[in-house]
Design a protein around this ligand. Structure first.
Ligand code: F6P
Length: 559
């Protein structure tokens, strides 16, 4: 597909200027007309017409294979979607991101999470500094710290070795490390465990520290800003918990607390020596930070060598995204097919269904990645979009989901595109569990696509009154994403796949995927309400509902 058809945006200024007007593009209008032709067609017919469809729509890159054939698309659909990407200047925008241009224009920041995994020796200049050098300085410091925890060289205040590492953080400073710890649990040292505290609900802290000896516990306070209310309160509680057990000696903090942040001033104010701080930069968005120092708990768990392998996996997918023609480019195709469903079929959600228990928290991680990135209603030029943006991302590992919500996927009234994620080789090869797992994921995709007709059900002798209940319409789309085996490299590849998919979609929708103003108002209002819960007089400054709820709570707490 040529990369220059229609009005191609080439610079960030062009990109912002053309971020509106999506639905007026010829490619968009052609897609609308094409959707009218495609939507009545059944996957059964598409497969019947093209017996090679299963391989034609299957692509491999960076060690990941994706079978897109069970999507309600034809070659023409992809041609039009690729023309849309071209018209939205995806190639130029992608180059601008990798180059370090300040594409996060509302915050005037570069978006350089790809520099976090650039190989030593690479040059990516930002404001006169080679950021890759800075990245590797931090990675080397993380590695020596992680090694000292892993081998027991780092001792707690009383001389005991560390047995529990507790990451305190929220959002991007929690979801990535927590997901990665589960994902790579089978590669982790048994000498200690990692735990995660995120919620300001004290129950989270209590449960995470249950059974931990403070003398053997290290807290990693992870916060890009080091001002986030939840994290700061949890860190204060942790400091009190730790010091109370360690003779209230302020010197104990240096042995039991380290920080990961961009804000050295606040770290020092909290009482953590900045020599125990691992930095990152404002050009790393929180939800794109799990491969920065925010991944310190991951590195401690799996070791620096495995962490480096994970970074290589990220880098391989970066390279694939950057260099592969869009027609075979996995993140681009995933992003465009997602647009096809969200904007033309009107699908409101995307189910992410990993067939590996280690990926229990993968969809929670993707919720922030995709929904905080692309859940926006304003274009880069400041207009309200007249098209839908990010769908709701949800899901949980198969086969558990099959016994919970798959009924709705198969026979509900809403169309839910699914991302199945499967691995050729199991992490634990016990009996024939893996064959059973794989048979299930393949069967689900097949059942969703092809269903079972009323005629087939009736031919089995099912009585007429029951047959409609057993009929499966099919024509329900899915991607089958396959990697070799869930290991650090595969995890890096998978995460980068979704990062670049989100980038692709943000570019098409003409929004800024790298800010999150939508979370700010709630934070401000919470700060206003906090003193009102304990003030001498009842609340009167809000709407009647909020006043009433505050005063009801005060009464319940005897205030
Ligand atoms: O509230 C949203 C958010 O700003 C996320 O974008 C971020 O990942 C999270 O809060 C935590 O922020 P920080 O790392 O600064 O504590």
């Amino acid at each position: 597909m040529p990369q220059s058809a229609q009005s191609s945006a080439t610079s960030i200024a062009d990109f912002a200027a053309t971020s509106g007007g999506l639905t007026a593009l010829p490619a968009w209008q052609q897609l609308e007309a094409h959707h009218a032709e495609i939507s009545p067609r059944h996957l059964r017919d598409l497969f019947h017409e093209d017996p090679t469809r299963g391989s034609t729509f299957c692509h491999t890159g960076a060690g990941v294979t994706i079978d897109f054939s069970k999507h309600r698309i034809t070659k023409r659909t992809l041609e039009l979607l690729l023309a849309l990407a071209d018209a939205r200047g995806l190639r130029a925008h992608m180059d601008a991101m990798f180059r370090g241009d300040k594409i996060n224009t509302p915050e005037n920041r570069a978006v350089l999470h790809t520099a976090l995994r650039a190989a030593k020796g690479t040059r990516i200049m930002l404001d006169g500094v080679n950021v890759v050098e800075e990245v590797h300085v931090v990675l080397d410091r993380m590695a020596s710290f992680a090694d000292s925890i892993r081998c027991g060289g780092w001792k707690g205040h009383t001389g005991k070795r560390i047995r529990h590492v507790i990451n305190i953080g929220i959002g991007g400073s929690d979801l990535g490390p927590a997901m990665a710890y589960d994902a790579l649990r089978s590669y982790s040292s048994d000498e200690f465990d990692c735990r995660f505290v995120s919620n300001v609900d004290a129950n989270d802290f209590v449960l995470a520290t249950r059974g931990c000896d403070p003398a053997e516990t290290l807290f990693i306070v992870s916060s890009k800003t080091f001002t986030t209310l939840e994290t700061m309160r949890n860190a204060q509680t942790a400091r009190a918990w730790s010091m109370a057990a360690l003779g209230n000696d302020p010197k104990s903090v240096a042995k039991h607390f380290v920080a990961v942040s961009t804000n050295a001033t606040e770290v020092a104010k909290f009482g953590i020596d900045t020599s125990n701080m691992f930095g990152f930069w404002d050009w790393v968005g929180g939800r794109y930070s799990m491969d920065s120092a925010i991944g310190l708990s991951t590195m401690i768990a799996v070791g620096p060598a495995a962490f480096a392998e994970m970074l290589e996996g990220f880098r391989e997918m970066d390279q694939h995204f950057r260099t592969t023609p869009f027609a075979n480019n996995l993140p681009v195709l995933m992003g465009l097919i997602g647009i096809w469903y969200a904007n033309f079929f009107g699908c409101q959600t995307l189910a992410v269904l990993p067939y590996d228990q280690h990926l229990d928290r993968f969809s929670a991680y993707l919720q922030q990645l995709e929904m905080e990135s692309n859940g926006k209603h304003t274009t880069l030029s400041g207009e309200r979009v007249s098209w839908d943006t990010c769908p709701i991302v949800w899901g949980q590992p198969g086969t558990n989901g099959q016994h919970a919500f798959y009924q709705m996927l198969h026979q509900g009234t809403r169309l839910v595109p699914c991302d199945f994620i499967a691995f050729d080789h199991p992490v634990h090869d016990i009996a024939n569990h893996h064959d059973l797992l794989i048979a299930n994921v393949l069967a689900q995709a097949e059942a969703l696509a092809f269903g079972k007709t009323l005629a087939e059900i009736t031919a089995e002798g099912v009585p007429a009154w029951l047959a409609p209940h057993k009929t499966m319409e099919g024509n329900r789309p899915s991607s089958m994403i396959i990697c070799d085996k869930l290991d650090p490299r595969a995890l890096g590849r998978l995460i980068a796949l979704y990062e670049h998919k989100a980038f692709t979609q943000g570019c098409i929708w003409g929004i800024n995927s790298f800010d999150q103003w939508g979370v700010e108002l709630g934070k401000v209002l919470a700060v206003r309400i906090i003193p009102e819960l304990t003030a001498a007089a009842p609340a009167t400054a809000h709407d009647s509902s909020t006043n009433n709820l505050i005063n009801r709570y005060r009464a319940a707490r005897g205030r």
